[in-house]
Design a protein around this ligand. Structure first.
Ligand code: GTP
Ligand code: MG
Length: 423
């Protein structure tokens, strides 16, 4: 049994491109003894985006390629030549993919085709020395390094988006119904667990379009992981309405009535939200003898649900059921097309925070970390400039307040500095 070909959960690592370094260069011209600075800026590193696309149905392409990196920006060059920006990278995911960070917090919910989020921002290019020319420094001999591109590990999880979910015991006739009302061609066979992955089809009916998902057969214990259905129960959470298909012959020694109760119990155990969805019962295979009696019995016992008697072979009862489904769906308020939350990936944080751990002063803050990463720490002038910035934003004062002493370590954005009382 191979269910691995339907990948609906995947962890990927994304890394945006680093910015190109700024260049230190001076004009060299014949007969001009001291040319001015002409080092160009580095190019921007490529961004990494995630885009929902209806061309994709699974996350398999990412499971096979879980490391995604954008190129770095080109370094700046002499004669004021700017480095080229790197190309952005686009990761396609199926509509219905939920993007989470490593802690499991939702970053975005990619519902609609074409929806795009920036997941890792490329680093800006460092400025070349030409940019630092000023009245007080006519020949700056330093440049900025390119900013580091963002990197992170994210989890992608796919929830099939459908209006209708077909549920029921194995062999109830779910795939057959799907193939009857849509153009989908799921595998159909007279043995249980024929459907290994959810199948999706589009049903065009009386000018309406309904997306229908055929979920693999559920059995008792499905909510705890028994059978195949458990893997896919989560997909039901996005549907607006469930059609619970019931084989009038029952399932082995489980009667049709009992099978309805079992599935109800499993749905309830899985989640209240799923359990409370609008659900209709469809007794299938009306062309076989005895189905009419089963239908009458179920109708009298399950008064809360609308019950239909259908046959996917003869087509009996199907239009009547679809008429009802369309009117029921029209009444369901759903947040299914709710636009994704504003993506809050680019947090601009001008502040910083100092945390002292085991004698080391860790300084956190997006801007300050960026600033350090851009600085060429081997260049004295660049370091002086950085120190001036630290002074300006109050970092030096705060570190002194926290009791920093000669020889203590300060770590900012992955760079370690040793504190000296005099610079
Ligand atoms: N006579 C008759 N047979 C049907 C009807 N619908 C389905 N069947 C048969 O019932 C068997 C199971 O049908 P499937 O559609 O594969 O059932 P399923 O619910 O998708 O089963 P799993 O994928 O195993 O969970 C097949 O042999 C079908 O031909 C119907 O309306 N009438
Ligand atoms: Mg099936």
């Amino acid at each position: 049994m191979d269910i691995k070909n339907f990948v609906d959960e995947v962890k990927i690592y994304v890394k945006a491109g680093d910015g190109g370094n700024g260049c230190v260069s001076f004009r060299r011209e014949k007969y001009v003894p001291f040319g001015g600075p002409d080092g160009g800026n580095g190019g921007k590193g490529g961004d990494v985006y995630i885009e929902a696309s209806k061309e994709f149905n699974t996350l398999t392409h990412l499971a096979l390629n879980p490391h995604i990196k954008a190129e770095r920006g080109e370094h700046g060059k002499g004669s004021n030549k700017y480095g080229k920006n790197a190309k952005d990278v686009l990761i396609y995911v199926p509509c219905g993919t939920v993007v989470k960070d490593i802690k499991g917090d939702i970053i975005a919910d990619m519902l609609n085709h074409g929806e795009r989020i920036l997941i890792a921002k490329g680093g800006n290019g460092g400025r070349g020395n030409a940019m630092f020319k000023s009245s007080t420094n006519r020949a700056p001999d330093f440049a900025e390094k390119g900013e580091k591109g963002e990197e992170k590990t994210i989890c992608l999880s796919l929830r099939v988006i459908a209006d209708i979910g077909l549920v029921g015991f194995p062999n109830a006739g779910k795939s057959t119904l799907l193939s009857r009302i849509t153009k989908a061609t799921p595998k159909i066979a007279d043995y249980p667990f024929t459907t290994l992955n959810p199948n999706i089809g589009i049903c065009m009916y009386k000018g309406k379009t309904l997306i229908v998902a055929d979920i693999p057969g559920l059995i008792e214990g499905a909510s705890e992981g028994k059978g195949l259905g458990h893997e896919f129960l989560k997909h039901i959470s996005r549907t607006k309405l469930l059609i619970h298909l019931v084989d009038p012959m029952g399932y082995y020694d489980i009667t049709p009535e009992k099978s309805i109760k079992i599935i109800d119990k499993e749905l309830k155990k899985y989640s209240e939200e799923v359990y409370s969805k609008t659900k209709i019962l469809a007794i299938t295979k009306s062309d076989i003898t005895g189905s009419e009696e089963v239908y009458k019995k179920i109708k009298s016992k399950f008064k809360k649900n609308k019950v239909f008697l259908i046959s996917s072979v003869t087509g009996k009862g199907i239009n009547e059921m679809l008429d009802y489904v369309i009117s029921a769906i029209g009444k369901i308020k759903s947040d299914y097309h709710k636009p994704a939350e504003e993506n809050n990936l680019i947090k601009v944080d001008r502040g910083f925070e100092i945390v002292k751990k085991e004698g080391i002063f860790f300084v956190y803050g997006l801007e300050i970390e960026k600033m350090v990463n851009k600085t060429d720490i081997n260049n004295e002038t660049a370091m002086k400039r950085l120190f001036n910035i630290f002074k300006k934003i109050g970092l030096i004062k705060q570190l002194l307040k926290k009791g920093i002493k000669e020889g203590d370590s300060v770590v900012i954005g992955g760079t370690e500095f040793v504190w000296k009382n005099e610079f």
